[in-house]
Design a protein around this ligand. Structure first.
Ligand code: C2E
Ligand code: MG
Ligand code: MG
Length: 677
């Protein structure tokens, strides 16, 4: 384990402090020592001189035994500032030992053998002409010298401290601004090197060594950044190459598997379906053989674009291999929706393409497997779609096939129905039947509803609910609607030409037709061509139109209103059932759905509902029609609660035009009750 090291900063700081502190302390100590050495001899000499002079001064009084002068001489000595005490020991027998202590000073220990030099008494014999008279002992105050030395020491100490503080502050300032701060910035800069989020280069104003290092780091950072960007670009490119097909740019098999896994997980979580379409170009080998591989490649690129164009944004199209593509349809609501998409793919694949001045046409076979209906894991789903694709090939190519056979049977029926519908439209196999609407009180016919039927050459008269959904599915509903509107207008014109007036004729318009502005043209043209007035025609729309309330549908409804056409809400109560649209749309009629009429007048709930609908419509000034009125009891109840109009088998079933005319004319001749047939 590496030994813990002090940071450079701390080390330099310590070194600086020591470098300043140690010489200062040494200098101070030396100065103290020198001062003492110089001053000590001077003091000693002075003291010796004082004692010698004092002994001289005492010789005379002692000789003459003049105690007054002796004492005076001793007193004078004591008054010397450095003297602390004196002791005179005479030789004269019986003479007292005189000790004088300076006032305020503590009496010294004259006979203490272990005394420091400075405090030891200085002794001097008092001689008179060679004869020993006594001994003088003087003790000195140690303090003056020490005081002087202390004062000097303090001054020196203060100076030294000042020097240390000033030097330290100065050095630390320099150290911080020139070393610590730049090092800190360098550290920061270095730690951000190569990091993606590193900001702009750190500005370095100073051009010293650290500044230069910082600038180098900036350059290095810029280079690393450029390198990283380049590497990321290459990485993305590599990833793209690894996951996408080089020819078509579509997801390749690896990415497809990944996307399929994810889509399955999402579908499982959200409890939704997923459709996998295995698309294989028919006879692609023959194309390659005949036109060359380059042409084959271009055809595949073109085909990929066309197929992609038929899918929604969230769907996936990938190239599985060679001439095989996979389409993943997310959240299909029904298998029919999947079949419709597959059909669009089949048709778009069959469009001829012009490459190098040649016209090429191919077809594809599509196999369809559904998750979770057909398989629970990706491989199995893929295998089953593949199996279904081979089935499509076996059945003659240029078609699609579901993995599940019953769906194929359905598909077959739908496809057949579609073909037949197309033929029926061309062959004018449709016919309108008319059902009267009568006044609930008087029974007078106020109008009729035009209801389409298909006169099938083999199956006879086919009711609308057996082919309208298929027509909606395969996109034929627009043409069918066009036919209905024009036929109804033509009939109005014929009745008018014969002087017959059967009131307003209502036509049913599918919710899907409200997605195309062509509907407005259809009405405008038909009304102009057959000179039909707006009040002679009425549009029945179901609540589902309002459920898919888009800008287009709203605009179409507005434009139809501008034409003067009135709207009736059909099958009221079965769909949206939001009252907000009634306020916005202001239909002229609402038609209570047959479902609410059937159990009248026995069912209590239906009675309450019917009453509520009538009251609400009254309040909004909307006419109420009851659909599917079959019994006199229903008729009586509806009349009682204030329902305006009735429609149903009680009055008449929908009739071919001749029968309808007869019925109305008979009723006009003998209007009795709404139920008179
Ligand atoms: P709808 O508009 O609600 O038409 C009323 C349906 O109820 C008609 O069925 C009619 O025959 C039936 N009906 C009338 N009175 C009674 C009754 O008393 N009892 C019973 N049980 N039924 C009665 P139809 O003709 O089979 O039409 C069914 C639906 O097909 C219509 O419902 C309408 O939504 C649609 N439809 C009919 N003709 C056309 C059309 O030309 N274009 C479009 N887009 N849809 C149409
Ligand atoms: Mg209707
Ligand atoms: Mg209805």
């Amino acid at each position: 384990m590496p030994a813990p090291r002090l940071s450079i900063r701390t080390t330099v700081l310590l070194a600086l402090v020591l470098a300043v502190l140690m010489p200062a302390v040494a200098l101070w100590a030396m100065e103290q020592r020198l001062a003492r050495e110089v001053q000590q001899p001077l003091v000693t000499q002075y003291r010796q001189a004082l004692v010698v002079l004092a002994a001289e001064a005492l010789a005379e009084p002692l000789w003459t035994v003049d105690q007054t002068h002796t004492r005076a001489a001793l007193e004078r000595l004591v008054h010397e500032p450095s003297v602390r005490a004196v002791r005179l020991t005479e030789r004269r027998p019986g003479a007292p030992v005189i000790v004088i202590v300076r006032p305020g000073a503590s009496p010294p220990e004259f006979d203490e053998p272990q005394q420091p030099d400075a405090e030891r008494p200085q002794k001097r014999q008092v001689l008179y002409e060679g004869q020993l008279l006594g001994e003088l002992e003087v003790t000195f105050e140690a303090s003056p010298l020490d005081r002087a030395l202390l004062a000097r020491r303090n001054a020196a100490l203060a100076l030294t401290v000042l020097q240390i503080v000033a030097a330290t502050l100065l050095l630390m300032g320099v150290l911080y601004w020139r070393l610590v701060r730049p090092i800190e910035r360098l550290k920061q800069q270095a730690s951000l090197l190569g990091q993606p989020g590193a900001g702009p280069p750190v500005p370095w104003r100073s051009d010293d060594e650290l500044g230069q290092l910082g600038q180098h780091l900036n350059e290095a950072q810029a280079q690393i950044k450029e390198l990283v960007t380049r590497l990321e670009g290459q990485k993305a490119e590599l990833q793209n190459m690894a996951l996408h097909d080089a020819l078509t740019g579509l997801p390749n098999r690896t990415l497809l598997n990944e996307l399929l896994l994810r889509a399955m997980a999402t579908a499982r979580r959200d409890d939704q379906r997923l459709a996998l379409l295995f698309i294989d170009v028919d006879h692609f080998k023959a194309i390659n053989d005949a036109w060359g591989h380059a042409m084959g490649d271009r055809l595949l690129v073109d085909l990929a674009q066309r197929l992609r164009g038929q899918l929604r944004g969230g769907d996936v199209l990938g190239r599985h291999s060679g001439d095989e593509f996979i389409a993943l349809l997310r959240e299909p609501r029904t298998w029919e929706e999947v079949a419709t998409t597959a059909d669009r793919l089949l048709r778009v694949a069959e469009e001829p393409v012009h490459l190098d001045g040649r016209e090429l046409q191919v077809s594809v076979s599509v196999g369809i497997a559904l998750y979770p209906d057909d398989a629970g894991d990706p491989q199995q789903l893929m295998r089953q779609a593949d199996t279904a694709m081979y089935e499509a090939k076996r059945l003659g190519r240029a078609r699609c096939s579901f993995y599940r056979h019953e769906l194929n049977a359905h598909l077959q029926a739908t496809l057949q129905l579609e073909q037949e519908l197309k033929r029926a439209l061309a062959g004018d196999e449709f016919v309108l039947h008319y059902q009267p609407l009568v006044d609930a009180g008087t029974g007078a016919v106020v109008g009729c509803e035009a209801l389409i039927r298909w006169q099938h050459p083999q199956r006879g008269l086919v009711p609308p609910l057996q082919f309208i959904p298929a027509a909606e599915q395969c996109g034929l509903i627009g043409q069918l609607g066009h036919w209905t509107v024009r036929s109804a207008c033509a009939q109005i014109a014929r009745w008018k030409a014969r002087g017959l007036a059967f009131g307003t004729v209502a036509v049913n318009v599918s919710a899907l037709e409200f997605r195309q502005h062509r509907l407005v043209d259809t009405f405008t043209r038909a009304m102009a061509d057959f000179h039909v007035q707006p009040h002679e025609l009425e549009i029945e729309l179901t609540e589902s139109v309002l459920m898919t309330d888009t800008d287009t549908s709203r605009r179409i409804i507005e434009q139809l209103g501008e034409l003067g056409l009135r709207l009736a809400v059909d099958d009221f109560g079965t769909g949206y059932s939001s009252l907000a649209y009634l306020k916005r749309l202001r239909p002229s009629k609402i038609k209570i759905d047959r479902g609410f009429v059937r159990d009248l007048p026995d069912d209590e709930d239906d009675r309450a509902l019917a009453r509520a609908i009538v009251q609400m419509a009254r309040a909004l000034d909307i006419t109420v029609v009851a659909e599917g009125v079959e019994t006199p009891a229903q008729q009586a109840f509806l009349h009682d609660i204030g329902c305006d109009l009735l429609q149903g088998y009680l009055v008449s079933r929908p009739q071919p035009v001749d029968a309808f005319e007869r019925l109305v004319l008979e009723r006009e001749r003998a209007p009795a009750s709404p139920a008179d047939d």
